[in-house]
Design a protein around this ligand. Structure first.
Ligand SMILES: *Cc1c(COP(=O)(O)O)cnc(C)c1O
Length: 395
């Protein structure tokens, strides 16, 4: 037998569900509430800043490895402005090709083969792949509906002598949970007690609703020196195609992450780095406006999904609503999502792909609400057919 081409670490990773479902949306002409990207671009002045940078010759050649100084300074200023966190832009900030590269570089830099990584389940799909590429072992701690709260005892029980790192994500994709100060304190205490590193993905830091607060894990006592914080411009500025992300941490951890990063992309997005440096300095009204806008869209989609018969777990943050389809008489989210385009012309994501515990994820389905209100309204109109189909079926 010939050896399989794809190595053992990546075996079974297949194609990401987002590619499969987005292709299905195109093929069937469905409304795509699967992948989390906005259907309107971010601020015109930020787009203009990128165009100006290209025209004026800023960043058209390889930018510096750690990122342009203007962006590193803007990231440091952003951390101070919103959270009172101090980072030295020279040694404690690293610009990456989106949060995705930051996650990959952090895990590849910090893990030895066989190390255990505790990740909140359901987990963003790149976590599993990067842990595997590092040869490490994923240990999920499951968040359960209705509120997807973290059980600190379950987290504590997951730690073994082989645990190297906690991989945290808040605001949390796909559940929309936002870890409370109490939950974060439990994580911080455990990390300090067991001397664990923490990588925290905070790309939805500005998308938190209803007066809930995003608390960066690095702001808790004892955490700054052990935490690699990751964010990016994609979600905050509605330019997910630009792929400008960043890491903030100690000089030692930033150096480690940069060592891996330099051999992944080396550098990326020169002109976009200039534009994002300007975007991070937008006034408060931009950030509150974005949040209010998305909250309204969340409410529109949540009400429509509930009317259509889904059990809706209202998210505190992010772009996503997780639903349970058992109230529609359905059991299997994967089969449901594969048939949904045919049945009513809408695409969603089956949460089971974010789980090791297939039973926990099976009936859950994720919808993205980062779309224009008229798109959400017509998606909801289409989804109402599900209830009607069900009644017709019963008759
Ligand atoms: C979108 C997303 C990312 C990827 O961010 P990029 O900056 O586009 O690479 C990372 N983590 C989570 C949880 C996300 O939802």
């Amino acid at each position: 037998m010939r050896r399989p081409l794809l190595n053992r670490r990546l075996a079974g990773m297949g194609t990401t569900i987002f590619a499969e479902m987005s292709a299905l949306a195109v093929r069937t002409g469905s409304i795509n509430l699967g992948q989390g990207f906005p259907d309107t671009d971010g601020p015109a002045e930020v787009a203009e800043a990128a165009a100006r940078a290209i025209r004026e010759g800023h960043g058209n050649q390889y930018p510096p490895g750690p990122g342009i100084p203007e962006l590193r300074q803007a990231v440091a200023d952003h951390q101070r402005r919103f959270y009172g966190l101090e980072y030295d832009p020279e040694t404690e900030v690293l610009v990456t090709a989106g949060a995705t590269e930051a996650i990959a570089a952090a895990l590849l830099a910090l893990l030895e083969p066989g190390d255990e990584v505790i990740a909140l389940e359901p987990y963003y799909d790149s976590y599993a792949a990067c842990i595997a590429m590092a040869g490490a072992v994923r240990v999920p701690v499951t968040l359960h509906p209705p509120d997807f709260a973290l059980d600190p005892d379950q987290l504590r029980r997951a730690v073994t002598p082989r645990t190297r790192l906690l991989l945290i994500n808040s605001p949390h994709n796909p559940t929309g949970a936002v870890l409370s100060r109490e939950e974060l304190t439990a994580i911080a205490e455990l990390a300090c007690e067991r001397d664990l590193l923490v990588v925290t993905d905070e790309v939805y830091e500005h998308l938190v609703y209803d007066g809930h607060e995003h608390v960066p894990l690095a702001s808790l006592p004892g955490m700054r020196e052990r935490t690699v914080s990751i964010s990016s411009a994609g979600k905050t500025f509605s330019f997910t195609g630009w792929k400008i992300g960043w890491v903030t941490s100690t000089p030692e951890l930033v150096t480690a992450v940069r060592t891996a990063k330099q051999f992944l992309t080396y550098v990326s997005g020169g002109p976009f780095q200039y534009a994002v440096a300007e975007a991070l300095r937008l006034p408060e009204s931009y950030f509150t406006g974005l949040r209010d806008d998305l909250r309204q869209r969340r409410d529109l989609l949540a009400a429509g999904l509930a009317e259509a018969g889904f059990t809706v777990y209202a998210p505190k943050g992010t772009y996503f609503i997780t639903t349970d389809i058992r109230s529609l008489g359905e059991e299997d989210g994967m089969a449901f999502c594969r048939s949904l385009p045919e049945r009513c012309g809408v695409v969603a994501i089956p949460n089971v792909v974010f789980y090791d515990d297939e039973k926990a994820g099976r009936p859950l389905v994720r919808f993205a609400f980062c779309k224009r209100p008229e798109v959400l309204t017509s998606a909801v109109d289409r989804l109402r057919q599900l209830g009607r189909q069900r009644q017709a079926h019963r008759r």
